[in-house]
Write a protein that binds this ligand. Sequence first.
Ligand code: ADE
Length: 252
Amino acid sequence: MKIQVVTLFPEMIAGALGFGIVGRAVERGLLSVGTEDPRKHTSDVHRTVDDRPYGGGPGMVLKPEPMLAAIRAAHERLPPGSPRIHLSAQGEPLGQAQARELAALPGFLLVAGRYEGLDERVVELGIDREVSIGDYVLSGGELPALVVIDAVARLLPGALGDERSNVEESFVAGLLDWPHYTRPELFEGLAVPPVLLSGNHADIRRWRLEQAVTRTYARRPDLIARGELGPEASRLLSEFLAARAPGTEDRG
Ligand code: ADE
C-alpha cells in the first residue's frame, strides 16, 4: 500500500508514523508513506502558498498553482488510478466501511489543507473525493490524514500481530466493543466478571456479545438504527429488549 500526503507540514506526518501498529506496518514494508510540500512548488522569494480570498472576509486561501503542482507530483509516485482525497469538514464521513474500501486499494493520495482551505478550482481539477473525520473543524488536514492512515494501516493483512483481532472485529461488526480485563483479578476492590474466569468459551462469547449489544443500545442507538448488526447480535438485541420491556421489542 502506497500513500502520499500533500502537506505544508511534512514533519507532522513523518513524525507520527514510527509507532505501534502503523510503525510496524511501515517497517514490514506493508505500507509506505511519502509527503510532498507545496512550498517546493513556489517561485517567489517568500515561497508564498496563501493569498487573500476573493470577495473579502477573514482568513487566507491556499494558492492554486503550488497546491495543484504538489498534487500532480505526488500522484505520479502512486499506482495508476490512485484516488486523490481531500481531507475536509465538508467531505463524506469516514467510517469503518470507508477505511476498508481504502485498505483494499494499491494506493491513494491525501491532501491536507490549512487556513481557509483549497481554492475550489484545485478541488475541481485535482481532487476525486473529499473525506471528513467528524463534525468539528480542525486547523488543518494533517491530523485527519493521520487518522485515515491509522484506520487503513491496521486493516492491511499482516499489520496486526494477532490476526484474530480483525476476525473478532467482524464478529462484532456494527457494535461498540465489549469491556476488557487483565490481571489482577481484584483491583482496588473491583473484581473481574466471573464468567471471564470460567473457562467456558461459549459463555464468554455470549457475555461479550451481550455487553457489546447493551452498550451500543445505551450509548449509540444510531448504530443499531442503521441495521448493520449480524444475526447473532440482532437476536441478542431482541432478547435484551424483550427482557427490559416485555412485549415491546418490535415497536421501534
Ligand atoms: N479539516 C478540517 N476539519 C476537518 C475534519 N473534520 N475532517 C477532515 N478534514 C478536516
